[in-house]
Design a protein around this ligand. Structure first.
Ligand SMILES: Nc1ncnc2c1ncn2[C@@H]1O[C@H](COP(=O)(O)OP(=O)(O)O)[C@@H](O)[C@H]1O
Ligand SMILES: [Mg+2]
Length: 331
């Protein structure tokens, strides 16, 4: 079993060292990803999803720091790995697509040259061969006139086209793990659907494993085989996608599910769950979700629930305890 996992995260702790103290931005989080599968990570803005992606990429910077736990990629420990070795893994082992391509594309360099340089930085190939591959990659991300886009700078492209170039850059060195951090959040619905379709198609063709991050359960439901729900730095539910979508257990997951915008309905995701994600310097004493939870009891306000297993879900909620002690509620 263990060998099938391309990524194994165990008890990962990441803290922010701030004026307000050491804040637990990722709190003892454990996850696994099987080769070839897509792991969805969902949670509202500020729940630590991008921090988790940065931790996997080895890119946590001050004021953040990995303070505990382990991240194994293909059996290699990434926590504490030398910068030089991490750089080798980024690009050919793990690569990433961000929400806003402009932050990771060079605005002054043509798209073609950026892709060519990504190839030549990692592989010993001639420039002519690299150009050939870059053009083929640009075509495979659904751009019908690759030569034209090859010689354009990112600002000359639409948001959707830029995101396609970003995907081409991320996939050009055939990574075994692709992390997509809200890759379609900045795009309109039609373009979003095209990009999601593109990522699914490329994943099928290349067999790459994917971590797909979104605040939108609707998007996650189109992409993920397994889903991890994060709330304020904690894993609150973890199960197969099918299980999460058809029978969400944690009240937070249920809220995210209910917030999926229906067709033609303009709805702010945050409207369905009252309140907001707590500040890390002001976390509630008991269950972190309890101030927003309609099921909360006195116990929830005082005690932190652990992750427990319940019909194939891991869920952090007293509702699903096998033997709730007095004061707990039966599911
Ligand atoms: N450089 C930073 N300094 C201080 N706080 C940060 C920094 N980066 C992120 N945070 C905080 O860490 C938490 C998680 O952020 P993030 O991982 O970006 O969440 P998400 O991607 O789920 O929206 C948030 O509370 C955010 O304010
Ligand atoms: Mg984010």
């Amino acid at each position: 079993m263990e060998n099938e996992n391309i990524l194994t995260i165990k008890d990962l702790d990441v803290r922010l060292f701030t004026d307000r103290g050491e804040l637990p931005v990722i709190d003892r989080l454990s996850l696994t990803l099987k080769a070839g599968e897509t792991l969805g990570i969902v949670g509202e803005s500020g729940c630590g999803k991008s921090m988790l992606a940065s931790a996997i990429m080895g890119l946590i910077a001050h004021p953040g720091k990995v303070t505990g736990g382990s991240i194994q990629f293909e059996g290699q420990e990434l926590v504490g790995m030398k910068k030089k070795d991490l750089r080798k893994i980024r690009g050919t082992g793990i690569s990433m697509i961000f929400q806003e391509p402009m932050t990771s594309l060079n605005p002054l360099m043509t798209c073609g040259r950026q892709i060519v340089e990504t190839i030549t930085a990692h592989e010993k190939v001639s420039r002519a061969e690299a150009k050939e591959r870059a053009l083929a990659m640009i075509r495979s991300v659904g751009i019908s006139r690759p030569e034209k886009v090859f010689s354009e700078v990112p600002a000359q492209l639409s948001g959707g086209m830029r995101q396609r170039i970003m995907i081409a850059m991320a996939l050009i060195c055939r990574p075994r793990l692709l992390i997509c951090d809200e890759p379609t959040t900045a795009l309109d619905v039609t373009v979003q659907a095209q990009i999601l379709g593109l990522i699914r198609r490329l994943q099928k063709e290349t067999g790459t494993s994917v971590i797909f991050i979104s605040h939108d359960m609707g998007v996650i439901s189109q992409m993920a085989d397994r889903v991890a729900v994060m709330y304020a730095g904690q894993l609150v539910e973890y199960a197969e996608g099918e299980k999460i979508f058809t029978e969400p257990k944690h009240p937070y997951t249920q809220g995210l599910q209910a917030a999926i915008p229906r067709l033609d309905e303009e709805k702010d995701t945050l409207l369905s769950i009252p309140g907001s994600v707590p500040m890390l310097y002001d976390l509630p004493k008991g269950c972190i979700f309890s101030p927003r939870c309609t099921h909360a009891t006195e116990r929830c306000g005082n005690e932190r629930p652990a992750l427990v297993e319940n019909s194939g879900h891991l869920v952090r909620c007293f509702l699903y305890e096998e033997n709730p002690s007095k004061g707990g509620t039966q599911a």
